[in-house]
Design a protein around this ligand. Structure first.
Ligand SMILES: [Zn+2]
Length: 379
């Protein structure tokens, strides 16, 4: 155990957070200042950022706030079946339930599944420069999907492309995502707490340092204000930049059936066309049964999208509703449908020019072309 962390655990005790703290280990190379500590007395397993250097620089108030946040997060961590084990993407400890595919719940990477076949490959080989460079972006994918209620399954076929799609997000888009994150937590004027070590995947950042760099930029340009407590307040300029009435540049709402047979069309067609080929952000809301808020959430996401992709394969009533709502708000809608299903498309929308696709590769190519031709790019 590195001696320099003794100081941190001693400070925790001095601040009244209990005595039985011990450092399990500093976590992962690029998160060096995140430490993982356990309090055996209280049965808590807490991770927080407080490097030896910071423990000298920060005020006591700032330190206490960070520790309180970390303890709060530890209390909220899901419990239930599943072993505490290492997350295959980030190496933090996570809940892992074994099966045909391991089901992982990780504070950093969110909830996702990963197939045995992929786990058996050297995809997460710490010695491989390429894999190491991609893993943070794979965390970005799973974490963001998870935040939208989607549980992604990573396999040997999709993992690399999913990671690359987030690795190539333009800087301007990362900045917008960060503004959106702050906005999603705040009312105008109220301060927001960000936990960089645990939240950088939400904005397609590679590390907490990179997220810090984006935050500094937003402070310098007057979009955010940093308070002495370490919290952030969105300035009027920041709110204006988001322009929710016109939709958030780059946000693409995807309306489609969630049937298993269309999984490939989404993952290798629509998702990659929007994210990889056009550097925009697909947003898809999985239907959660018995969740009363789902309609509100869908409406909110459609209001903030710049445009919509609506796929009519399977003829779900929801897709017709969502596309109609988007048109009512004046958002451009790109209509798509699988060839063998097109004849069943409802009469009212046959008049719009559809992309009639054969397979996911065909869909990806034609959709990307259509987006580039009709939707103003901002990145
Ligand atoms: Zn993880």
């Amino acid at each position: 155990m590195p001696d320099q962390y003794d100081d941190v655990t001693k400070q925790l005790a001095d601040m009244g957070f209990g005595k039985q703290w011990h450092v399990v280990e500093p976590v992962r190379g690029d998160l060096r200042s995140t430490i993982w500590i356990q309090n055996t007395e209280k049965g808590l397993d807490v991770r927080f950022e407080l490097s030896p250097a910071e423990s000298e620089d920060l005020s006591d108030d700032e330190k206490q706030q960070r520790i309180r946040n970390a303890i709060e997060n530890a209390r909220k961590r899901p419990t239930g079946p599943g072993e505490i084990s290492r997350c295959p993407l980030c190496s933090w400890d996570a809940k892992v339930r074994s099966g045909d595919a391991d089901h992982v719940i990780c504070d950093l990477c969110g909830e996702f599944k990963i197939t045995r076949t992929l786990l058996a490959t050297p995809f997460n080989d710490k010695a491989s420069e390429e894999a190491r460079g991609l893993l943070p972006y794979l965390s970005a994918h799973t974490r963001q999907a998870s935040a939208r209620g989607e549980v992604v399954t990573l396999d040997t076929r999709n993992w690399k492309q999913l990671a690359l799609a987030h690795k190539t997000t333009p800087l301007s888009r990362r900045i917008t995502k960060l503004l959106e994150l702050v906005a999603s937590r705040s009312e105008p004027g109220s301060p927001v707490t960000l936990n960089l070590a645990a939240e950088f995947p939400l904005v397609d950042a590679k590390s907490k340092e990179q997220m810090g760099f984006l935050l500094d930029y937003l402070v310098k340009t007057g979009c955010l204000q940093k308070l002495p407590s370490g919290q952030y307040v969105m300035e009027v300029k920041g709110w204006e930049q988001l322009q929710p009435t016109a939709g958030i540049p780059g946000n693409c709402f995807v309306a489609m059936s969630f049937h298993e047979s269309l999984k490939d069309a989404y993952e290798h067609g629509i998702y990659l066309a929007v994210k990889e080929d056009c550097k925009m952000d697909p947003v898809r809301i999985d239907l959660v049964p018995h969740n009363d808020n789902i309609v509100d959430k869908i409406i909110a996401e459609i209001r903030t999208c710049q445009f919509m992709v609506a796929d009519f394969t399977g003829h779900k009533a929801g897709v017709y509703f969502e596309a109609g709502f988007a048109r009512g708000l004046g958002r451009p809608v790109i209509w798509t449908c699988r060839e063998d299903d097109f004849k069943k498309v409802h009469f009212d929308i046959v008049q719009f020019s559809h992309i009639i696709w054969k397979d996911s590769g065909d869909l990806r190519m034609r959709l990307a072309d259509r987006i580039k031709a009709t939707i103003p790019m901002t990145g």
